[in-house]
Design a protein around this ligand. Structure first.
Ligand SMILES: Nc1ncnc2c1ncn2[C@@H]1O[C@H](COP(=O)(O)OP(=O)(O)OP(=O)(O)O)[C@@H](O)[C@H]1O
Length: 242
């Protein structure tokens, strides 16, 4: 075979996130609700995985399980080769503090803190010293295009700007995995597009990004789309970003 036709050697990486047979059943007064069932997935560094599905399909439940915010009633989740259920309380706190970050549709900013102070918070929790904190806050605020808004309180910012502060805060600690639940749901199309660009850019930089969304534009930019129907998956094959 001509060297020009030799296939590129694929880069083999371990998945940062893996779920096997994941399920979550809620017991309610009306009976049991199966929110997720039999979900298998792997997410690799640098991959943008979009989780899509109708309202009630189980997207938020799945994301909470993947992020260790809730425990499955069946199956297992591994993050970076470590089984959630095998972690001590302390290890699980460390994992969520160091490797994992969340972005929620409601932004989740602390209203009495400025944009910069909100971004700084996870760095304080990690006992990063003041000089390094200031540098990192400036760096991530610049990345999301909010350098000039650092001193503003959340309610002095637009929805899109608040969501970008949320993303900057999530990025401050350099997570390897970012989980975002409907991050563009409250945004107009212009702001949603800015946030989508950011998330796609993060994946291109090597972060594994898992996003639940109804937004077809974001799904169109995914490396892989996982369709949820009544808590079960239908995964589309991986494709490579141009
Ligand atoms: N804490 C809970 N207790 C009982 N049932 C729950 C709980 N959380 C979720 N459910 C149920 O699990 C199913 C999946 O809910 P989930 O919030 O994961 O869906 P979703 O796809 O994120 O929906 P949406 O797009 O509307 O946010 C729903 O039937 C919901 O009512």
């Amino acid at each position: 075979m001509n060297a020009l036709h030799t296939a590129a050697i694929p880069i083999i990486a371990d998945p940062i996130l893996r779920a096997d047979g994941l399920g979550r059943v809620f017991s309610t007064r009306a009976g049991e609700v199966v929110a997720c069932e039999g979900i298998d997935l792997e997410v690799y560094p640098g991959e943008l995985l979009v989780v899509r599905g109708a309202s009630g399909a189980g997207k938020s439940t799945l994301l909470r399980l993947l992020g260790g915010l809730d425990s499955p009633t069946s199956g297992e989740v591994w993050v970076d080769g470590r089984l959630y259920s095998g972690l001590t309380q302390e290890q699980s706190v460390e994992l969520r503090r160091d490797d994992l970050a969340f972005v929620f549709q409601s932004f989740g900013l602390i209203p009495v803190l400025t944009a910069a102070q909100n971004v700084e918070l996870p760095l304080r929790m990690k006992n990063v010293d003041a000089t390094a904190r200031d540098a990192r806050v400036a760096e991530v605020l610049a990345l999301v295009g909010l350098t000039d808004h650092a001193a503003q309180l959340p309610d002095e910012l637009s929805g899109g700007q608040q969501q970008r502060v949320g993303i900057a805060r999530a990025l401050a600690v350099r997570p390897r995995l970012l989980i975002a639940d409907e991050p563009t749901a409250q945004l107009d199309s212009g702001n949603a597009s800015v946030v989508m660009d950011l998330l796609a850019g993060l994946a291109a930089d090597g972060i594994a990004v898992v996003v639940a969304t109804h937004d077809p534009d974001l799904a169109a930019r995914a490396d892989r789309v996982l369709e949820l129907h009544d808590g079960r998956t239908r995964s589309q094959p991986a494709r490579h970003r141009a």
